[in-house]
Design a protein around this ligand. Structure first.
Ligand SMILES: *[C@@H]1O[C@H](CO)[C@@H](O)[C@H](O)[C@H]1NC(C)=O
Ligand SMILES: *[C@@H]1O[C@H](CO)[C@@H](O)[C@H](O)[C@H]1NC(C)=O
Ligand SMILES: *[C@@H]1O[C@H](CO)[C@@H](O)[C@H](O)[C@H]1NC(C)=O
Ligand SMILES: *[C@@H]1O[C@H](CO)[C@@H](O)[C@H](O)[C@H]1NC(C)=O
Ligand SMILES: *[C@@H]1O[C@H](CO)[C@@H](O)[C@H](O)[C@H]1NC(C)=O
Ligand SMILES: *[C@@H]1O[C@H](CO)[C@@H](O)[C@H](O)[C@H]1NC(C)=O
Ligand SMILES: *[C@@H]1O[C@H](CO)[C@@H](O)[C@H](O)[C@H]1NC(C)=O
Length: 473
């Protein structure tokens, strides 16, 4: 009786799986660029390729081997690659590929050996490979060969040396056979390449250590999504404490990165990623600091001692004359980032505990303030650098508890707000200079633009690939 309900619940739990906090979209422009670069690499590598030996038997008693087969010339037309929605993959094809090779031939008939060299031309090969994308249990992208077809229009072989003068006339007769052998060897080669690629993808990390106790998890959250114009990957994008691995009390919300066909790729980053980092830092008690006199920047013209605080808390220098002070600053709640069109907001609920340092080193609690602020920031990309600015929107100070009797917090609020404003002004100088966009070993982002949307940041970019020495094996 409950079975239909269970089935519905299972369906719901599958379809409403976790939302990705990071989304990567490859557009057709990116696919075509990748193909173009890849084809160039293959063309260069082909000049160095020595093909495997081909052996066989003709007329049941003539054993032959072609060895040292080397490509001397190759007409490598631009392949075509398309997104293939029906199977969630790619359709790659190359047509009109012609290759000239040289090599050595050997025959054996009973005890009689013969040999020489040969030239062969393979005309108008067509190869189509359909590759299916998926996701394995650990969240790696997977590739499998769904279909491969190879067709050779014609071959021409010229033998030299040995008894070739006698059998060259018969070559015409065995051409179909040689053509078939070549056709039969192409798809296993293509499939081996796809298997190597799959091994490479399986070995890729989906979790990255960030510092000592934190990991950044980036497995796929669902199957890749492909349509005629793009490939979309949804990735987890969550920071975790390595030991506790606890989930924060909030979840990633779904979002849709608008398609940008003019750029090769787009990345959407949810506010959830930042908030998961914030949660980890808060839970590990890392959002706290002790501030003492020597840490106050000189430009603030403040002193952390009981006399200097006199104008704000008149009773303080009377009760504790001439003592240095410490401030323990900490977050009272997880600071939450919220991305909105054009701006990122940060709400911070903090507390400041003031202590007097006695001559014998004992720290005497004085009072505790609650400090709540909202900040807004902007981030943009300019000249290949990531830049930003921050603003203090709201800043309130309230007295939470006091060991020195009550006092007005307004003057302190003004003082702290002025201090914050100065610190933020200094920070904005740094943020205005920005940091260079990260440049990976084999990829550089160019023409990068960044936009803040409701709940996520969208980054669209073109890329430049550089040749790597290491392949997939
Ligand atoms: C794959 O691409 C080739 C060339 O564009 C095309 O002829 C073929 O029909 C395509 N196959 C599929 C299954 O889309
Ligand atoms: C990592 O955790 C250990 C044990 O909890 C702690 O002692 C250490 O300070 C932490 N490291 C960082 C960088 O927070
Ligand atoms: C492909 O999917 C994207 C969203 O992932 C959408 O914006 C786009 O319009 C789709 N394109 C086609 C041709 O269906
Ligand atoms: C302030 O704290 C720092 C680091 O904790 C310490 O090196 C310094 O001596 C302290 N200064 C004072 C005046 O207590
Ligand atoms: C406290 O600050 C005042 C400046 O307001 C300074 O003149 C005085 O020397 C400081 N006292 C101590 C104990 O550091
Ligand atoms: C340190 O000095 C304070 C104030 O003079 C006193 O109350 C406290 O007992 C002293 N502590 C120690 C450990 O001597
Ligand atoms: C600033 O905070 C106060 C107290 O929390 C609140 O009443 C006020 O609406 C806030 N103002 C803005 C602009 O957020």
């Amino acid at each position: 009786m409950f079975q239909p309900v269970i089935v519905v619940l299972m369906l719901v739990s599958f379809t409403c799986g976790e939302n990705p906090a990071v989304q990567v979209t490859l557009t057709n422009k990116g696919l075509q660029y990748g193909k173009h670069v890849g084809a160039g690499w293959i063309q260069e590598k082909l000049d160095l390729v020595t093909l495997p030996d081909i052996s066989g038997t003709i007329l049941k008693f003539i054993h032959y081997t072609f060895s040292g087969v080397t490509i001397t010339k190759c007409d490598f037309p631009e392949p075509s690659v398309e997104f293939y929605q029906d199977i969630t993959g790619f359709n790659t094809s190359i047509s009109g590929l012609s290759v000239a090779v040289i090599g050595r031939w050997m025959t054996r008939v009973g005890l009689i050996h013969d040999g020489g060299s040969f030239n062969m031309a393979i005309f108008n090969m067509d190869v189509t490979s359909v590759v299916k994308l998926g996701k394995d249990a650990d969240g790696h992208l997977s590739v499998t060969s769904a279909r491969c077809e190879a067709h050779v229009a014609n071959v021409d072989v010229r033998f030299q040396g040995g008894a070739s003068r006698w059998f060259q006339p018969f070559v015409e007769h065995f051409k179909g056979r040689i053509k078939g052998e070549i056709e039969a060897s192409i798809c296993p080669g293509v499939e081996k390449y796809i298997v190597d690629l799959e091994h490479y993808l399986q070995a890729m990390k989906v979790s990255f250590d960030v510092g000592e106790n934190v990991t950044f998890d980036l497995p796929l959250t669902g199957m890749p999504v492909i349509n005629a114009s793009s490939l979309n990957l949804g990735l987890k994008g969550e920071f975790y404490d390595m030991k506790s691995h606890t989930e924060p009390p909030f979840k990633a919300k779904p979002f849709t990165v608008p398609e940008q066909p003019g750029y090769m790729l787009s990345v959407g980053l949810s506010e959830f990623t930042l908030n998961s980092a914030s949660y980890v830092a808060y839970e590990a008690h890392r959002l706290q600091a002790v501030i003492n006199e020597s840490m106050i920047p000189p430009y603030l013209h403040m002193h952390l001692n009981t006399s200097w605080m006199g104008p704000y808390i008149p009773q303080l220098p009377k009760m504790f004359p001439g003592l240095l002070m410490n401030l323990q600053v900490y977050a009272r709640a997880v600071p939450i980032f919220s991305f909105q069109p054009g701006v990122v907001k940060l709400g911070f609920q903090g507390a400041v505990k003031a202590l007097a340092i006695q001559p014998n080193g004992t720290q005497t609690p004085l009072f505790k303030l609650n400090v709540d602020s909202t900040n807004s920031g902007k981030v943009w990309i300019d000249g290949g650098r990531l830049k930003g600015s921050v603003r203090l929107d709201n800043f309130t100070v309230t007295l939470e508890s006091s060991e020195v009797g009550s006092f007005q917090t307004d003057p302190l609020e003004h003082l702290m707000k002025a201090g914050m404003t100065l610190v933020i002004a200094k920070l904005n100088v740094e943020l205005g200079t920005g940091v260079l966009l990260p440049r990976m070993k084999h990829v550089q982002l160019v023409n990068t633009v960044l936009g803040m949307e409701e709940g996520f940041i969208a980054i669209s970019s073109d890329a430049e690939l550089f040749e790597t020495d290491r392949g997939f094996n």
